[in-house]
Each structure stands twice: as structure tokens, then as C-alpha cells.
Write a new protein. Structure first.
Length: 121
């Protein structure tokens, strides 16, 4: 085997030998989302999940976006953390086929998905 073929195989081998290596991005956010308390502050959420990859705002509402890649399935999973007046009110997730890695331009949120319970808060 020539030297360049060896290095090529060594470079791609981790993607095929470990399931963990096939998922990259802010995986902690996806695991911790169910441990958030209603009404948690933005600072509490940032401490628990880390900084979002993107943020959209509409008046007193915010959508914090987190992303992780599944390289083997060639899609990204997005987590949207919804805040109203800097307080956690819910989350949603969706999957979308996009480029190879998270980052760059995140998809726009649908504000129709904002939790209904915020109307009374």
C-alpha cells in the first residue's frame, strides 16, 4: 500500500469505527433540554446548554438554535429553545437535510411553533 492511500484510510477510519464520531455539534444541548425548568432564565439556559449557534428575536420572544450533525445519515437535527421575556417556555426539534456540518446559515424558525402558553404569561 502506498503512503497516500494509508493516510487516506487512517483519516476516514474513525468515521466508520465509532458511532460517537458520526455525531458532532452541541450534543449536550440535546441531552440536557429535558432538564430545563419552565421559567429558567436565559443565563441558566446558557449555563446548561452552552451558547446557541444562532438566535432569532421577535419583540419579547427569542428562538435559540442549537444543531448537531449525524454524518452517517447526512442530516442535521435542530433544537429550538423558546424564550419569552428572557424566560424558558419550551423547546422543539426538527431534522433537515443540509450540508455536511452545522454552522453557517441556520434555517429560519416558524414563529407559529412558539408555545401557546406564553400568551398568558
Amino acid at each position: 500500500m502506498n503512503k497516500s492511500a494509508f493516510f487516506f484510510i487512517m483519516a476516514i477510519l474513525p468515521f466508520f469505527t465509532s458511532g460517537c464520531a458520526s455525531v458532532i455539534g452541541n450534543t449536550d444541548a440535546f441531552e440536557e433540554k429535558n432538564h430545563l425548568d419552565d421559567g429558567a432564565s436565559g443565563a441558566d439556559i446558557r449555563k446548561a446548554l452552552g451558547s446557541p449557534g444562532d438566535v432569532e428575536k421577535r419583540q419579547s420572544k427569542e428562538a435559540w438554535k442549537y444543531c448537531k450533525n449525524d454524518l452517517m445519515a447526512s442530516h442535521q437535527e435542530y433544537l429550538i429553545i423558546w424564550l419569552h421575556d428572557d424566560r424558558f417556555v419550551g423547546h422543539t426539534t426538527f431534522t433537515q437535510k443540509r450540508g455536511l456540518v452545522c454552522g453557517g446559515e441556520y434555517p429560519r424558525v416558524s414563529w407559529d411553533g412558539f408555545p401557546e402558553t406564553t400568551a398568558s404569561r
